[in-house]
Design a protein around this ligand. Structure first.
Ligand code: IPE
Ligand code: MG
Length: 226
């Protein structure tokens, strides 16, 4: 989710207002994703490096996260969305970690979409933490290591990574599970990203020939994981 700040600046608005518009885009895309065959959607909301931003902007983002967790759960449950939050929880402002745990419990039964929101997230830290836990362990399988990196057993690899706002970087996002992800870059700022943009990204994804290092085209599975 990139481009909130520029979206706001272009309109003479505060960056915080851009982040609010970004939350509206989350609502739109969470609603559109299951209809477009998306089974898992991971949104990059706040990276470990985003702590470097001015204190007021970090506070605005944390307030939005607090509001989202407090107000959105009911609609997530109604729409069959299971929410997970990935990333560190020990550095978040008071009360947010427990609000995350409550939201995860309340939405645990959702089967229409698995929504994962990455907060205080770094893919390299996730890999490092997993490596620290398995140091010295013999017979470690990729699957077992994956479960440690992603925090969940049996999660499929990421099929498609969409980066908005014209940037062409991975920025420490899903490095392990995105090893064979297709990449889609769009100039659209995140607050403007809508169902049609998602459809275009998925159409581009379905045109790709995925060989996973092999030669023959492999059949695409119906529910891509983003
Ligand atoms: C949102 O967009 C991503 C977050 C870190 C919340 P940005 O805040 O990065 O917006 P730009 O890149 O400054 O436009
Ligand atoms: Mg940015």
């Amino acid at each position: 989710m990139d481009g909130n700040g520029r979206w706001a600046t272009h309109r003479g608005l505060s960056r915080a207002r851009g982040h609010e518009a970004g939350v509206e885009a989350i609502r739109r895309i969470v609603e559109a994703a299951p209809d477009q065959g998306v089974g898992t959607l991971t949104l990059y909301a706040f990276s470990t490096d985003n702590w470097r931003r001015p204190r007021a902007e970090v506070a605005a983002l944390m307030t939005l996260l607090r509001f989202y967790l407090a107000n959105e759960v009911e609609s997530l449950v109604r729409n069959g969305v299971r929410l997970s939050v990935i990333g560190r929880r020990d550095r978040l402002p008071d009360g947010i970690a427990s609000a995350i745990a409550r939201a995860e419990r309340a939405t645990a039964g959702g089967a229409a979409l698995h929504l994962r929101i990455a907060v205080d997230y770094s893919a390299r830290d996730a890999i490092l933490a997993a490596a620290a836990r398995v140091a010295g362990m013999a017979n470690l399988t990729r699957e077992a290591f994956s479960a440690l990196v992603t925090g969940e057993a049996g999660l499929r690899d990421v099929d498609l990574i969409i980066r908005t706002s014209g940037e062409k970087r991975l920025s420490d996002f899903l490095l392990w599970e995105g090893a064979y992800a297709e990449l889609h870059f769009t100039d659209r700022m995140w607050p403007d990203f809508d169902a049609q943009d998602l459809a275009e990204a998925l159409a581009s994804f379905h045109r790709r020939e995925r060989r996973f290092g092999g030669l023959a085209a492999l059949a695409l599975e119906p529910a891509p994981s983003l």
